[in-house]
Design a protein around this ligand. Structure first.
Ligand code: PLP
Length: 382
């Protein structure tokens, strides 16, 4: 019996050819391909500026630096997210303060953010969790008058839409991931998008040691102009090897999203009538790319989440626990991270699991997953 993985990147000969041509060009570090990927990505995301980074975590770090967040500041973030969302404020010496999420979408709302707000809050990071678009307009309406910067962690969000536009276009700064667990991949990679030209310029410098002349510009002239280091920067560069793959992947985005949505619609039809399961779905304000197709195991399902995961594993299906809760991790458990009620976060993190969805997923594979879930629902009753 073949094992079914929860996710597989969709990479082909076009990516391999793009890589080969970068290698032949002799310029493999950050250069013209990164610049081209940035232009194309900004276009696709409806953003004015895009700055490529080594991953989404470093993009989040740069977002907080250019927004001027530092020691003494609080940044409200969902605990219900990959740990990087909470780590970014910690990197700049700020304090992550955890907000709860809506129990249906798994995303923060204006209400859950306001609930967690402290007098020192200067920024929030909202997440399009699992690719479900966050309801951004009410959040901006509540926080803009308070001068709180709204940053979007769209690591999972490429190809999702909010009120007819690509997600991320409505935040002041948006961070993206190209890790293989997401829809588009460059192996590792990230992007920071914004409409603020000063923030974009500073992020572009900071990712390259804050040098006043980029490596690309130095290479362009025989006698390189002398560079200055304007502040303490970082090496958060993407390589041209990664960007070349990213350009091909970006061209596949619409197809990847359409395929995932088709698979999820098939799952929803096949699992219809199974008692005690709730499937993640599009919210009223947008469309999800279903980066993570999660289901909630409700109290009236005969097995709990872990028992259902074990059943699936017995059938060779590598489903995964749902989204983690950062406040329960040793890195944050002992810290003062605010006192908002996190009951929806705790329930979702205990009761959800992620089913396999990937571009090459076959009807047979889906049939195996559905049969395993259905038999778990039946057998346990007897
Ligand atoms: C994956 C992920 C990240 C981290 O992305 P990297 O590119 O691996 O740094 C951050 N936030 C969320 C919500 C994620 O899912």
């Amino acid at each position: 019996m073949n094992r079914i993985n929860v996710m597989k990147p969709w990479l082909g000969t076009e990516e391999a050819e793009a890589l080969a041509s970068v290698i032949e060009s002799g310029w493999v570090a950050q250069g013209p391909r990164v610049a081209e990927f940035e232009t194309r990505f900004a276009d696709a995301a409806g953003a004015l500026f895009a700055v490529a980074t080594s991953n989404c975590t470093t993009a989040l770090h740069l977002a907080l630096v250019v927004a001027g967040i530092g020691p003494g500041d609080d940044v409200v973030v969902p605990s219900f997210s990959f740990i990087a969302t909470a780590n970014a404020p910690t990197y700049v010496g700020a304090r992550p303060v955890f907000a709860d999420v809506d129990p249906v979408t798994g995303n923060v709302t204006a209400d859950t953010l306001l609930d967690a707000l402290t007098p020192a809050t200067r920024a929030v990071i909202v997440v399009d969790q699992g690719g479900v678009p966050v309801d951004l307009d009410p959040i901006r309406a509540a926080l803009d008058p308070l001068g709180i910067v709204v940053i979007e962690d769209a690591a999972c969000g490429a190809g999702s839409t909010y009120r007819g536009h690509p997600v991320g276009a409505g935040a002041e700064l948006t961070a993206w991931s190209f890790h293989p667990r997401k829809l588009l991949t460059t192996g590792e990679g990230g992007m920071l998008t914004t409409a603020n030209s000063e923030w974009a310029e500073r992020a572009r410098r900071l990712r390259e040691h804050a040098m006043s002349v980029s490596a690309n510009a130095r290479h362009a002239s025989v006698l390189s102009p002398p560079e200055e280091y304007l502040e303490v920067g970082f090496n958060y560069r993407m390589t041209d090897l990664q960007a070349a793959v990213g350009i091909v992947q970006l061209g596949r985005l619409a197809e990847i999203v359409a395929r995932r949505r088709e698979i999820v619609a098939d799952y929803a039809r096949d699992l219809d009538g199974v008692h005690g399961l709730r499937l993640v779905a599009d919210p009223p304000w947008g469309t999800a790319n279903f980066q993570s197709f999660w289901i909630e195991v409700l109290p009236d399902f005969p097995l709990d989440r872990d028992a259902l995961l074990a059943r699936l594993a017995d059938d060779g299906i590598s489903a995964r626990r749902g989204i983690m809760a950062a406040h329960r991790q040793p890195a944050y458990a002992g810290r003062d991270t605010g006192d908002a009620d996190l009951s929806a976060t705790e329930r979702l993190t205990d009761t959800t699991l992620i089913l396999p969805v990937f571009h090459q997923f076959t009807a047979d594979e889906r049939g195996r997953v559905v049969a395993s879930v259905r038999s778990a629902a039946r057998r346990a009753v007897a």
